[in-house]
Design a protein around this ligand. Structure first.
Ligand code: AMP
Length: 114
């Protein structure tokens, strides 16, 4: 999508600190981290958010979760524990309309949800 920040990051038009990339997914560090490890995992295909998921996205979404698990391992937080969050819509304070998983860890997390 032309005017989407995360599409531009996925296309390499806006820089990011990548921690994982393949044909379908990208993981990069959040610019305003809420925890010592705060990585965003996105599909390269534009999906606006959870409400926009369709049947054809099943494989891409399963892949996204597997990438999130792999990122937790590679970031060294799989044993200590981590949180995976996806905000959808206004009340959840989603600020970027491109589906993303927040992977948070590296400290004891309380009630905050990215
Ligand atoms: P959300 O509020 O759930 O939509 O999450 C969007 C996240 O994107 C926030 O945690 C922002 O800090 C993060 N973010 C915004 N712009 C960038 C960027 N250019 N690079 C990395 N993370 C970003």
């Amino acid at each position: 999508m032309n005017d989407c920040l995360f599409c531009k990051i996925a296309a390499g038009e806006i820089p990011s600190t990548k921690v994982y990339e393949d044909d379908a997914a990208l993981a990069f560090r959040d610019i305003a981290p809420q925890a010592p490890v705060h990585v965003l995992v996105i599909p390269k295909k534009h999906i606006g958010g959870f409400s926009d998921i369709e049947g054809e996205d099943d494989a891409a979404l399963a892949h996204l979760w597997r990438v999130a698990a792999a990122v937790a391992k590679s970031e060294g937080i799989a044993q200590s524990g981590f949180r995976v969050v996806s905000n959808c819509g206004k009340d959840a304070q989603q600020t970027v309309s491109h589906l993303h998983l927040h992977v948070l860890g590296g400290r004891a997390l309380s009630g905050e949800m990215a």
